[in-house]
Ligand binder design. Structure first.
Ligand code: HAM
Length: 416
């Protein structure tokens, strides 16, 4: 039996998983500060949610879904993305008020695997439901940008565009179909096949891009209201100090978008998978799923690609505040109790689980990059422990009361 994970999936272990943890924590922290509550929802949903929500003509629905019948004969799909299910959950909740929701977890798409293109990949994301003001778009785009700043991702470009509202999208689509039909003999088979199903996606074709000069663009069909919305979003981004570039060719691969769309691009990665996140407004999605009108905007960021873009410098072992050294085995239980109390007090503390020489314990403390070693020995009977500062080699005896040990360690060895 092979121990390798299935094709297109990864086991993420230390040291790589340390970076994952740092990145996931940074997102969770920032999303909470911006007022996004957590949503937890099923990793699989009924197939219809994605067929309707993501769109029948999209690559995701046509080629990439993990779909199967469960034992009760229901068609089930492993979630290829989050937004359709989050909207379903919001509709199911019956809530009439706006909700700001954040999530993190694995998504599944049957794609041709390569670096940064996985069959199971993680996304973190937010969805701002029930709000149609441009301020919501700005907040969401800004939050994504601040996240990349927080994790020090360099070479990031934020691209924005607008697709217009449903009426302007329909008018543009019709004009585009007629333009593409006129030049169909020059187009690749792929693009030709998309004319009727998903003409916007022809803009994504690398082969055909140069044949599209003069093609009708979404920007040319904007209603006054959509144009105003887009201007307000750009003004808001300027005020927020979020740098962006306008990319009139940015159309996104999922059907539910209206008005604002955006993508975060890591310019240091290969062009084929350098989108480290993307999102936009999807004011019609709730109705497409059979619900009421719920204007909304959100994004999803691809953690696998982000970690790739951060480079392969090894993330250091998380340093311990202290390592407890048992100098005398008879006092092991006391040492275990001390570790427990120090952890309760918020310190990162560890010890060896079984008897080892004092020298070996100090070595373990070094390996774990502990700032201090706390030696539990004879001095315990005098109400004290010895604390050794492992970078300076300096030893001090302090009262074995948890507060005094914690105080000593937190003050970096200066007497409290
Ligand atoms: P998406 O552009 O399909 O949008 O995916 C968002 C991000 O997920 C991509 O930019 C990429 O970083 C990552 N990603 C997608 N597929 C893969 C893959 N096979 N392997 C590794 N990473 C991948 C959405 O999913 C929308 N739900 C975004 C959204 C939220 N729109 C509104 N709200």
């Amino acid at each position: 039996m092979s121990f390798r994970p299935p094709k297109g999936t990864d086991d993420i272990l230390p040291p790589d998983s340390r970076r994952w943890r740092r990145v996931l924590r940074a997102f969770d922290d920032l999303a909470e500060r911006y007022g996004y509550d957590l949503i937890v929802y099923p990793v699989f949903d009924s197939t219809e949610i994605f067929e309707r929500g993501v769109g029948e003509g999209t690559d995701v629905v046509q080629k990439e879904m993990y779909t199967f019948l469960d034992k009760g004969g229901r068609s089930i799909t492993l979630r290829p993305e989050a937004t359709a299910s989050v909207v379903r959950a919001y509709l199911a909740s019956g809530s009439q008020i706006a909700m700001k929701l954040a999530y993190a977890g694995p998504m599944f798409r049957y794609e041709r695997p390569q670096a940064g293109r996985r069959r199971q990949f993680w996304q973190v994301g937010v969805e701002y439901l029930g709000e149609d003001s441009p301020a919501a778009d700005v907040e969401v785009i800004e939050l994504g940008y601040r996240f990349y700043e927080a994790i020090n991702l360099t070479g990031l470009e934020t691209q924005v565009n607008t697709l217009g509202d449903a009426a302007s999208r329909a008018a543009h689509r019709e004009a585009l179909i007629s333009f593409l039909t006129d030049i169909q003999h020059d187009l690749s088979d792929d693009s030709r096949g998309r004319i009727a199903t998903n003409p916007l996606r022809v803009f994504d074709s690398k082969e055909d891009r140069d044949k599209l000069a003069g093609a009708p663009m979404p920007l040319d069909f904007l209603s006054g209201e959509s144009a105003e919305h887009y201007e307000a979003v750009k003004r808001g981004l300027d005020q927020a100090g979020v740098p962006y570039v306008e990319n009139p060719l940015l159309v996104r691969g999922l059907d539910y978008y209206t008005r604002t769309v955006f993508e975060y691009v890591a310019t240091d990665l290969d062009a084929a998978q350098n989108a480290v996140g993307g999102g936009g407004r999807y004011d019609q999605l709730a109705e497409v799923l059979g619900g009421r009108h719920v204007p909304a905007v959100g994004f999803s960021l691809g953690i696998d690609r982000i970690v790739l873009a951060l480079g392969d410098e090894v993330e250091p072992v998380p340093a311990l505040d202290a390592f407890v050294v048992v100098a005398d085995e008879e006092r092991r239980d006391l040492a275990v109790g001390l570790v427990r109390q120090l952890r309760d007090g918020g310190l990162r503390v560890d010890m060896e689980p079984a008897a080892r020489s004092v020298k070996a314990q100090f070595k373990a403390a070094d390996r774990r990059q502990a700032h201090s070693a706390i030696v539990v020995g004879d001095e315990w009977d005098d109400g004290e422990v010895t604390i050794r500062d492992l970078s300076r080699g300096q030893e001090t005896r302090v009262s074995r009361q948890t507060e005094s040990i914690t105080g000593h360690i937190q003050s970096g060895g200066e007497s409290p």
